[in-house]
Design a binder for this molecule. Structure first.
Ligand code: OAD
Ligand code: ZN
Length: 246
């Protein structure tokens, strides 16, 4: 079976790099983007230039974020997160590359410096001008008091969740670290991503080209299934559950 073949590949590998997308967190109650009921089936993305240009767009962006607060606050690591954390503790996984913004890899036991967040993190906020960090509670209070999304107390530029929006620059250090990890592993496992958003979707292919074995675990087919050594079109929690250890 797929799980047995995956087990064999994990046993043989020296350095495993997991690459995760929203599908690993759906069993934690967080919707993905493109499945039925996903975020982008309900809301149009707000591009970065629109967020910068329009107070209305910033207010809408923050209203959406506050509406999700209970979902993010209640979410606990799922079987996929826990399996990866077990392999990390066993010394097989140096770090995880993620497109997710939900902080669940950290919550499962990865040290923060071993979670490469390509699209940032939604559990805090930053000024888009000077980069100052803000707690969401502060933003919420200001939003409630003023009836509008706040600007930075230092430089007066807009405050945004610490995530990467469409049209926003990718984080340089994270891109470099993800590149190095992808090229240095002997097993790369893409988990729960539609692999349609670039440049993130380039990493599975990059790892394969550099000589790693490539495994894709995703309910739906992806454009990179044909270059993978193993494709598992099955539920992530059920597939990775057997690898949850200590
Ligand atoms: P998507 O919603 O595009 O893809 C998630 C994939 O996970 C889908 O193909 C689902 O079929 C699959 N899936 C969901 N739950 C699953 C489960 N329990 N078991 C197996 N498969 C499951 O999410 P991402 O690929 O992460 O970026 O999206 C990439 C980027 O697009 C995000 O990081 C975000 C978004 O726009 C930005 O906003 C910049
Ligand atoms: Zn600022």
């Amino acid at each position: 079976s797929g799980v047995e073949r995956l087990g064999g590949m994990i046993a043989e590998a020296r350095t495993i790099v997991p690459f995760t997308g929203a599908g690993i967190s759906t069993e934690c109650g967080i919707p993905d983007f493109r499945s039925p009921g996903g975020i982008w089936t309900r809301n149009r993305p707000i591009p970065f230039d629109e967020f910068v240009a329009s107070q209305e767009a910033r207010d809408e962006s923050w209203r959406r974020r506050f509406a999700m607060e209970e979902v993010f606050a209640a979410a606990k690591p799922g079987r996929g997160h826990r399996a990866l954390a077990s392999l990390y503790r066993a010394g097989k996984v140096p770090a995880v590359i993620t497109q997710n913004i939900d902080n669940l890899h950290q919550a499962s036991g990865f040290a923060p410096e071993h979670v490469i967040e390509l699209h940032g993190n939604t559990t805090y906020a930053r000024c888009i001008g000077c980069g100052q960090a803000y707690q969401l509670d502060w933003v919420k209070r200001r939003f409630d008091d003023d009836g509008a999304a706040p600007n930075c107390t230092t430089c007066d530029e807009p405050v945004k969740t610490a995530t990467i929006s469409f049209g926003q620059m990718m984080p340089d250090e994270e891109m470099q670290r993800a590149t190095a990890l992808s090229q240095a592993c002997d097993l790369f496992i893409a988990i729960g991503s539609s692999l349609v958003v670039w440049p993130a979707a380039g990493f599975p292919m990059m790892a394969r080209r550099a000589g790693a074995r490539l495994v894709i675990i995703n309910r739906e087919p992806t454009d990179q299934d044909d270059i993978a050594d193993l494709v598992i079109h099955h539920d992530i929690g059920e597939t990775l559950g057997p690898f949850v250890g200590n």
